[in-house]
Design a protein around this ligand. Structure first.
Ligand SMILES: Cc1cc2nc3c(=O)[nH]c(=O)nc-3n(C[C@H](O)[C@H](O)[C@H](O)COP(=O)(O)OP(=O)(O)OC[C@H]3O[C@@H](n4cnc5c(N)ncnc54)[C@H](O)[C@@H]3O)c2cc1C
Length: 576
């Protein structure tokens, strides 16, 4: 966590890890800032109108390229400067507005969304958040206009999930008063045409003696010694440019250091937060498009002399798709609203939004292909492209495994601290009962239905409260059992993560539907009640199943199977 963060409270998901729900954080469900809403509506509308006549996702996928005039048009529409502050020529959009536009772009085309995200969510982000005044004045206006495109360069051949092990070197050359940058980055989005690169390197020395550590540097296309490789051929998002970058004795002056030297890793993590949240929003957008395609197909396609939407197995899929999308969307816009409100560290929530959103989309796309039947498999129809495009979301900007681990370990910090305190109290003679109380107090008091849940959602409010209580109790139990050793308990952490994100998503869905009932009345909000009820019911059941089985015999069996596979290097069960 970097020093630029506001003081954190336990308002959102951190509170849920303690078995508590802070009403003021969740309710009323946040609304978009009215000063921004109009501009955001216009941007969404303008993009939609433009895309109808000018965007050809089939061509982008086939040619493996986003045409230069499409990139230019996005710049002219102001999309490439949405989150750049107004003083530098951007729209100064907050997180909610940005997510709304990214939703629309992803709905239209996955490659385009990845292009915009790499430019704005992560490429320009270190400059927006941490760049000095001179750097911002020089680079942000052309970035906002789309005249200079950005990329974010962290990954290396030996440093993927373990990005902190990167080996690109920036050695300070005192005689030149500059770094010499050497190394390679791989799979860098926009690598083929970006002009400005936020590059993360291990610095040795620096303008101030003794400086070092991972440092963010601004590298520009055209600097001697900098080259990019050819575009990779990919399964999906084929129109986006993904290339290797090579740095050979590239001279990078002190004026190109982004933020505080040595603080690069925290800056990279912070920059990725917006990317992860908007990826969650984009996933919700693509899910909505697939639901549209599937619903139309299901009501038009007849078999056995009935529209297939009449069949239970098709209805179940449609219900699951729409409800899960409602949950993912509720989670994203609660998180975005809280980011815009400020004062809370929302890094765990942003990561969970990416994980839950991308996995919801994967399920939705799979269901949509199945509903479409044979045509779902044909390249002539959009389903298979959506399927290929959506797969990447579970891999980049932090794999879903790493985000489960990082978010959950962060969420367990406060329960862990309380467990240690309770133990100390017990040792100091406070008595086992008192220590136990200190540890479990919050959990015991948490099985209440949030006071703001209205009658039409009362049953699901109880469902949520019982799940939250179980979650809090299991967190306490796990921390008592494992204490610091929890770091190595990935089976347990995975299940806690899956429960945590569902508890958060259900709280978000309930808050959204409840706020809507309060605003427009139960009758007008009946679609929200329907979708929220369907979502909360299934998500709570899944969370409870994970928690009830938090340590199972399968863990030992999986250990044994993995060891056998390590040794054999193949599936070795004999048939005869
Ligand atoms: C199309 C595309 C675009 C990309 N764009 C960019 C970009 O613009 N900038 C950039 O810097 N990078 C980019 N990347 C890189 C991307 O962020 C990495 O691929 C990702 O972080 C995973 O690293 P890896 O591929 O080396 O996988 P690995 O780290 O080798 O992981 C392999 C598997 O092991 C799992 N794993 C690893 N460690 C653990 C653990 N401790 N516990 C459990 N499971 C674990 C992972 O989750 C994964 O499932 C891009 C990648 C792709 C494919």
């Amino acid at each position: 966590m970097d020093a630029e963060r506001p003081a954190e409270t336990f308002g959102a998901i951190r509170g849920l890890f303690l078995g508590e729900l802070d009403d003021a954080t969740f309710y009323p469900y946040p609304e978009q800032n009215p000063d921004e809403k109009e501009g955001c509506d216009l941007a969404v509308e303008a993009f939609r109108d433009w895309a109808k006549d000018n965007l050809d996702p089939v061509q982008i996928d086939r040619d493996q390229e986003i045409p230069a005039d499409v990139r230019k048009a996005l710049g002219e529409m102001g999309i490439l400067g949405m989150t750049v502050p107004e003083e530098f020529g951007g729209s100064g959009f907050g997180t909610t507005s940005y997510c709304r536009v990214m939703e629309e772009i992803t709905r239209a085309d996955g490659s385009l969304s990845v292009f915009v995200g790499a430019h704005l969510s992560i490429g320009a982000k270190p400059i927006i958040l941490f760049g000095g005044p001179e750097m911002q004045k020089k680079y942000l206006p052309p970035i906002a206009a789309g005249e200079k495109l950005c990329a974010f360069a962290l990954t290396e051949p030996g440093a993927g999930s373990d990005a902190g092990s990167l080996r690109t070197r920036a050695e300070w050359d005192t005689s030149q008063g500059a770094f010499r940058l050497n190394g390679n980055k791989i799979w860098i989005t926009n690598g083929g045409y970006a002009d400005v690169f936020s590059v993360f390197a291990r610095a040795q020395g620096g303008p101030v003696p003794g400086e070092g550590g991972i440092t963010a540097l601004l590298v520009e296309r055209g600097m001697p010694g900098f080259t990019n490789g050819a575009s990779e051929h990919k399964m999906g998002i084929r129109g986006s440019s993904t290339t290797e970058l090579a740095f050979q004795d590239v001279v990078v002056g002190a004026d190109r250091i982004i933020g505080t030297p040595g603080n690069g890793f925290a800056m990279a993590t912070r920059s990725l937060e917006t990317g992860r949240l908007s990826l969650g929003a984009g996933s919700a957008g693509a899910s909505k498009e697939l639901i549209r395609l599937a619903a139309r197909h299901a009501r038009e396609r007849e078999q056995f002399r009935r529209a297939i939407i009449d069949f239970g197995m098709i209805r179940e899929k449609l219900g699951r798709m729409a409800a899960a999308t409602y949950g993912a969307e509720s989670m994203v816009y609660l998180t975005a609203g809280l980011v815009d409100r400020g004062g809370l560290d929302m890094s765990i929530e942003a990561g969970y939004c990416k994980v839950f959103g991308s996995e919801t989309l994967w399920q939705v796309v799979n269901d949509a292909v199945q509903i479409a039947g044979g045509i779902g498999y044909m390249t002539e129809y959009p389903y298979e492209r959506h399927l290929r495009d959506s797969r990447i979301n579970m891999i980049f900007e932090g794999t879903n495994e790493i985000l489960r681990l990082a978010g959950t370990l962060e969420g367990l910090k406060e329960p862990g601290r309380r467990a240690t305190e309770a133990l100390r109290a017990a040792k100091a003679g406070a008595g086992a009962a008192l220590a136990e109380y200190a540890l479990g107090a919050s959990v015991a008091g948490s099985a209440k239905v949030p006071r703001w849940v209205p009658e039409p959602l009362a049953a699901q409010g109880e469902n949520f409260a019982a799940t939250l209580a179980l979650f809090g109790a299991k967190v306490t139990e796990v921390m008592k059992r494992h204490r610091r050793a929890i770091l190595g308990q990935e089976y347990v952490l995975r299940r806690l993560a899956d429960a945590a994100m569902r508890v958060y998503a259900t709280a978000a869905a309930l808050a959204r539907a409840s706020s809507r009932i309060e605003k427009v009345g139960a009758e007008a909000a009946r679609r929200d009640v329907l979708l929220a009820s369907r979502f909360v019911d299934e998500a709570c059941k899944t969370a409870r199943r994970e928690l009830e089985d938090i340590e199972t015999v399968r863990d030992e069996l999986d250990d044994a199977i993995a060891e056998d596979l390590r040794e054999q290097g193949r599936y070795a069960a004999a048939w005869f």
